[in-house]
Structure formats: C-alpha cells, structure tokens
Write a protein that binds this ligand. Structure first.
Ligand code: NAG
Ligand code: NAG
Ligand code: NAG
Ligand code: NAG
Ligand code: NAG
Ligand code: NAG
Length: 333
C-alpha cells in the first residue's frame, strides 16, 4: 500500500514536472556593428543547445514588445548569448533582452516555470536590468583585467548547493568545475560581488581577475534565471581561439546547456500552429563558415534603426573573434 502510494505520487510528480519532450529554445541575435538590422548568432550556441536535446529558434532584433512576448509564449526557454553590443543601440540586443527579461519576470510572478540563461554579455545585461540606475552601466559593470582568454576554475559560494543551476550537479562535474581550468572567460567587464543589485540574485560562484579583485562568475534568480560570465559553448564548438577542449572540460561544459534544456522541458509553451513552428526554426537558415567556426547571419528587410548619438557609449563586450568577411546574409522573413 505504502509502496503504491509512493509510486503513484512520484509518477504524478513526473507528469507535473515534464511539460514537453520536444523543447524549443529561443536564442537572441546579437547586433553587428551596432546596427540591429544586421545580426548574427554564433553557431556554437545552436550546436550546444541541440546537443542537449532541444531545437532552436532565432529571436530577432528591432521588434516591438509584442513580438518578444509572443516569442516567450512560443518557446520553452531563452538563451541570451555573449557578444558585443552597445546599450544605446535603439532596437538592439539590450532593448530586446530587456523586453524578454521583463515579460519573463511577469510570468514568473504568476508562478510559471520558464528558464532564461544569460551568457557573458547576456549575464551582464541581466545584471544591468536588475539595477536601479540602469542608464549608468558604469555603476553595474567594472573593467576586469587579465581574464580575457583565461580558463578558470569556479569558486563556489555557500549558495550553490541549494541553487537550480548547480543543485543537481554530480560530484564528478563539481570536481572538474572547481579544480580544473575549464571555464572559458572572454570578457573585459564584470560584476563585482559587492554591487548591490536591486533584484535578489544569489551569487553562486566567484572568480578573481588579475588584480585579485573578485567578480561574479555565476548567479541566479528564481524562475529560473541564471547568468554565467564564462562561455561553455566554446569548449566543444569554437576553434578560433584556444579553449580547454580536453575530455573533462567537455564533460563539464555540457552541464550548463543540459540545465537549460532540462528546465525548458518543465515549460508548456508552444507555437500557435505547427507551420509557424517549422518556419521559425533555425533549420530554415544556413550557417556560414568563417574559418574555424560558423555563424548565422541575418539581415532584416526593414531598417528603421538609428543610434542615439551622445548617449552612454560604454561598449560592453564579451569578445568574439568575429571576422566579418562574408557578405552573405539570410533574409529574415
Ligand atoms: C515591465 O515593464 C513595465 C513597463 O516598463 C513595468 O511597469 C513593469 O514593472 C516591468 N515588469 C517587470 C516584472 O520587470
Ligand atoms: C564611466 O567610467 C569611466 C572611467 O571609469 C568614466 O570616464 C566615464 O565618464 C563613466 N561614465 C559614466 C556614464 O559614468
Ligand atoms: C533554497 O533554500 C531556501 C530556503 O531553504 C528556499 O526558500 C529556496 O527556494 C531554495 N532555492 C532553490 C533554488 O531551491
Ligand atoms: C590552472 O591555471 C593556473 C594558472 O595558469 C595554474 O597555476 C594551475 O596549475 C592550473 N591548474 C590546473 C589544475 O591545471
Ligand atoms: C552595498 O550595500 C551595503 C549595505 O547597504 C553597503 O555597505 C555597500 O557599500 C554597498 N555596495 C556598493 C558597491 O554600493
Ligand atoms: C501551461 O501551464 C499553465 C500553468 O502553469 C496553464 O495555466 C496553461 O493553461 C498551460 N498551457 C497549456 C498550453 O497547456
């Protein structure tokens, strides 16, 4: 009797927990040359998500709030990738990410489960949106020296064990992440742990820069929303720079994309019809080979963007070796 009760209740929990076995992850595009009518996604993010068992839909720039709401309502989780963007670009990466964050938080407040993962620039954007003086990015981000191109072991904080991101980590992955130089850091700005973010982020891990000053390397908000300062998609999928690509590094790098897709399976969003789903998938676009790595490039047919001159021009960069040598674009329909 007791056994049957336990079995049936765990089956029930499984049914509640898993909402889809066919998850779709939206990946936000990044602007090229601060012109959001030309955008791209590094194929490494797409491959990493696909390797964890989800399909990918690109989320374009320069759209209105309704578009981003519709995308959140259609996909099971969103990845805000690293890259290089100006906060001041109207209709650019930051504007799009802010809409996504805003609507996602509204869903979380209503109890929905929708994972959002910000990587490098994506994490920095999430931190900025969590600061009262949002318009002054200096107040959120600081220059961080000597970590561009460095592989670092994570220093976990007390909060990591109870976190969504690391709560189910295996001892083996924990050991690799904390003892070996596997996390690929490519950034010149960072968030210091004493920065008082307005929203209740939990700091999960820290690292130090060349001046021995600490910066946040992973953090999370309930929802779940996670930010990581390093690039786990680079280990296996980018060959333009030298990242830790030995077996343990590859094993550990999977953890973050697996987390995103496992959490996405608990979300029940769907596209309104199957044709719309098929037409939205990244499979409709060709990746372009740039030499040791691939990207997807998109050109919008409507180009109504402009830069506001004189606005804060802090370039927030998670450096990419982006060699823009190819003029081929996919046209966004
Ligand atoms: C979303 O944006 C609206 C309008 O700017 C604001 O009133 C609201 O508080 C934001 N919601 C969240 C959850 O950030
Ligand atoms: C940001 O900081 C730099 C130096 O660290 C300073 O020159 C610049 O004026 C600051 N910008 C703002 C908007 O505070
Ligand atoms: C961590 O523990 C606290 C209190 O024990 C709980 O309220 C919170 O939801 C937990 N967080 C996660 C991500 O499980
Ligand atoms: C990690 O890198 C540091 C600095 O380069 C080095 O001193 C250390 O031995 C490396 N650790 C491992 C486990 O390779
Ligand atoms: C954060 O808040 C604490 C306590 O209010 C304060 O002591 C500290 O100076 C603040 N840190 C920053 C960077 O403003
Ligand atoms: C998804 O789950 C929410 C509750 O979390 C429910 O209100 C909604 O109707 C569900 N949507 C679908 C399409 O099943």
């Amino acid at each position: 009797m007791g056994l049957i009760m336990i079995l049936s209740s765990s089956i029930f929990m499984l049914q509640v927990a898993i909402a889809t076995e066919r998850p779709i992850i939206g990946i936000l595009c990044d602007e090229i040359d601060n012109n959001p009518s030309r955008s791209f996604i590094s194929a490494s993010y797409v491959k990493a998500v696909e390797a964890s068992g989800a399909r990918v839909v690109p989320i374009f720039l320069s759209r209105n709030y309704d578009y981003y709401k519709r995308m959140v309502d259609s996909v099971n989780g969103i990845l805000l990738p690293g890259g290089k963007a100006l906060e001041s670009t109207v209709g650019g990466y930051f504007d799009a990410a802010r809409h996504i964050f805003n609507y996602t938080r509204q869903l979380h407040e209503k109890g929905a489960h929708f994972p959002l993962l910000g990587i490098c620039l994506g994490m920095q954007a999430l931190a900025e949106f969590s600061t009262e003086d949002y318009d002054n990015s200096n107040s959120t981000l600081e220059r961080c020296s000597g970590v561009n191109g460095r592989m670092l072991p994570l220093k976990m904080t007390q909060s990591f064990r109870n976190s969504s991101l690391y709560g189910n980590i295996t001892p083996q992955i924990y050991d690799i992440l904390t003892k070996q130089n596997v996390t690929a850091n490519y950034h010149r700005y960072c968030i210091r742990p004493d920065k008082n973010l307005t929203l209740p982020w939990h700091i999960l891990s820290l690292n130090v820069d060349r001046e021995r000053k600490q910066f946040i390397s992973s953090m999370e908000l309930p929802g779940p929303i996670a930010g990581i300062q390093f690039h786990p998609e680079k280990n296996a999928w980018e060959w333009n720079q030298e990242h830790a690509a030995f077996e343990d590094a590859l094993l550990a790098s999977r953890h973050f994309y697996d987390w995103l897709v496992i959490e996405a399976r608990k979300n029940n969003h769907t596209f309104d019809d199957i044709q719309n789903e098929d037409d939205s998938l990244i499979y409709n676009y060709d990746a372009i080979y740039l030499g040791r790595e691939q990207i997807y490039r998109f050109e919008s047919t409507s180009t109504s963007q402009r830069l506001i001159p004189g606005q804060l021009l802090a370039i927030i960069s998670c450096l990419l070796p982006l060699i823009v040598i190819n003029n081929k674009y996919s046209t966004i329909r």
